[in-house]
Ligand binder design. Structure first.
Ligand SMILES: Cc1ncc(COP(=O)(O)O)c(C=O)c1O
Length: 315
């Protein structure tokens, strides 16, 4: 695994079950239900140090709405409202702003706590929001030069197995197996196909592919993919720039012959893919569309683009 994805920098405070507590106190009992069975939901949200010097949280409400939807999907009772969770995210950053000169990654998590055991248990939901500084998820070199990806032997699960509109903790075992397999084989990231063999997404990112004629394609939301907020951001930015984006199914060999391939995700931001299954993509360097979207994304999240200012919540 890349060292950047493993690095956890400790912060001072964690918001847990309604209040701020010291980082060291934010612990749970080993009998926590979710630890055994995976019944939890989470989010990943980035805050950037904006050009006005403040931390700007990117698309905060959309992330919190997905968090609430994820809990609703798995029948996990959420004891807080959207507004309370938005305020809690702000508070976590406000009280330790100086700790994050380069921005922060926010991790809301909600899960079934301890009490009863067994699959029918109905214990109280625990909710925590932590923050840490997280660099480029797929490495600085990957962001600049592109990464090497491998189609996984693991399949994205059928839509009747995984709840694809939810960011559900237990479902990430599938992603972790794919990621580990790819990294152990010497690649940076795994690309998972759906059960019909069409490209779905990467272990923690959505995927885009640019055909030789400049048409951008990404799997549709009927595929077993997470409805990525960065995916939506990229689609909107491309369309605003007058580019056609097709949300369609495509095969793995479409990636082999694409002019450009890139991933999108909160953690990975916009990361170019320079090789898929040992086939060079395009000329083996980040392509023109990938570079321009990546550059625009960095400007947008730091408040340099007034047109997209509504996506930022300043702390
Ligand atoms: C499986 C998976 N797909 C896609 C994404 C990208 O989603 P987003 O852009 O909302 O971070 C993520 C990350 O959250 C993910 O875990």
């Amino acid at each position: 695994m890349s060292s950047t994805s493993n690095a956890v920098l400790k912060a001072d405070h964690v918001w847990m079950d309604g209040k701020l507590i010291p980082w060291e106190s934010a612990t749970v009992h080993v009998m926590t239900h979710a630890l055994h069975y995976g019944l939890g939901v989470f989010e990943g949200i980035r805050a950037y140090r904006a050009k006005n010097g403040k931390l700007a949280i990117f698309r905060l409400r959309e992330h919190i709405r997905r968090f609430l939807d994820s809990a609703h999907i798995i029948l996990l009772k959420m004891p807080y409202t959207e507004d309370q969770l938005v305020d809690a995210c702000m508070e976590v950053l406000r009280v330790q702003d100086a700790k994050f000169p380069n921005g922060a990654y926010l991790r809301p998590v909600a899960f079934m706590g301890d009490g009863a055991m067994g699959l029918g248990a109905q214990n109280d939901t625990r909710v925590a929001i932590t923050a840490w500084e997280w660099g480029s998820y797929l490495g600085d070199k990957g962001v600049k030069e592109g990464i090497r990806a491998k189609v996984s032997s693991f399949t994205r699960m059928h839509v009747n197995v995984n709840m694809v509109r939810g960011k559900i903790s237990g479902q990430y075992v599938n992603s972790i197996l794919a990621k580990r397999e790819a990294v152990m084989a010497g690649y940076d990231e795994a690309i998972l196909l759906d059960i019909s063999g069409f490209v779905a997404e990467a272990s923690g990112e959505n995927i885009f592919c640019v055909g030789r004629h400049g048409v951008v394609r990404t799997p549709s939301l009927s595929s077993p993919i997470l409805r990525g907020i960065t995916r939506d951001t990229v689609i909107q930015m491309l369309q605003d720039a007058g580019r056609q984006v097709e949300e369609v199914s495509f095969t793995r060999d479409a990636l082999y012959i694409a002019g450009e391939v890139f991933f999108s995700g909160t953690a990975a931001e916009v990361t170019p893919v320079r090789e898929v299954d040992n086939r060079q993509v395009g000329d083996g360097k980040p392509g023109e569309i990938t570079r321009s979207i990546q550059e625009l994304y960095y400007r947008v999240v730091r408040g340099h683009e007034p047109h997209y200012e509504h996506w930022l919540t300043y702390v």
